[in-house]
Ligand binder design. Structure first.
Ligand SMILES: Cc1cc2nc3c(=O)[nH]c(=O)nc-3n(C[C@H](O)[C@H](O)[C@H](O)COP(=O)(O)O)c2cc1C
Length: 184
């Protein structure tokens, strides 16, 4: 059977790459912390461990990450959906998002930016490259330290114990199914 294909407007083409795991990136400058919600993050290299986050040029967090050269990728679960939306709709220029979202700054091990206690995992990064990509900057971070809540992770996450926030676009989200499926 031949599948019928329909064209997608280029404005929405990238949405074909969703759902995407949503992360909360914390950053800080001069002791003032901030949080930004991101769907555009990706692992980039095993050795050294590198990841990328794509941050819009006009975001307050862009300035903080650019100037401080550090950030933390925190992994939220579905119970943090409200906080995730708040951190993705308000700007740290106007509000203290840790206070507003009732999230707790947790001292990080290797960077000055705090981690977010309520998230299940944290990857502390130093910026090693800044790549201008259209209206975003791809910040390449080297992971200096990583932590996870006990009992959730043995080389891989136990999918029966965590439900990630998967962004579909706009204010639409889904989550991972709870079953582990091994490739044959
Ligand atoms: C689910 C979700 C995903 C988002 N993903 C990104 C992203 O990948 N990159 C980005 O620059 N902004 C993204 N945003 C928008 C920022 O989180 C938003 O503009 C935020 O208010 C910026 O905060 P700041 O000004 O304090 O840095 C996303 C928002 C939401 C709700």
């Amino acid at each position: 059977m031949v599948e019928l294909k329909e064209n997608v407007s280029l404005n929405f083409a990238l949405r074909l790459m969703y759902p995407r795991p949503t992360v909360l990136v914390s950053c800080a400058l001069d002791g003032k912390p901030n949080i930004i919600t991101l769907a555009w993050s990706t692992p980039l290299s095993h050795c050294p461990p590198l990841l990328g986050i794509s941050v819009g040029l006009e975001r307050y967090s862009h300035e903080l990450i650019d100037k401080s050269g550090e950030f933390v990728v925190n992994i939220p679960t579905i119970d943090l959906i409200k906080q995730t939306i708040l951190c993705g709709e308000r700007s740290g220029r106007e509000v203290d998002k840790f206070k507003e979202a009732n999230l707790t700054p947790l001292p990080s091990l290797k960077v000055r930016a705090p981690s977010i206690l309520e998230c299940v995992a944290h990857l502390e990064c130093k910026v090693v490259q800044r790549i201008h990509v259209g209206d975003h900057t791809l910040f390449v971070g080297e992971v200096l330290a990583a932590r996870v809540n006990e009992g959730l992770f043995k080389r891989v996450f136990n999918p029966e114990k965590i439900q990630l926030i998967m962004h579909l676009g706009s204010r639409d989200f889904t989550t991972n199914e709870l079953k582990l499926r091994k490739a044959a």
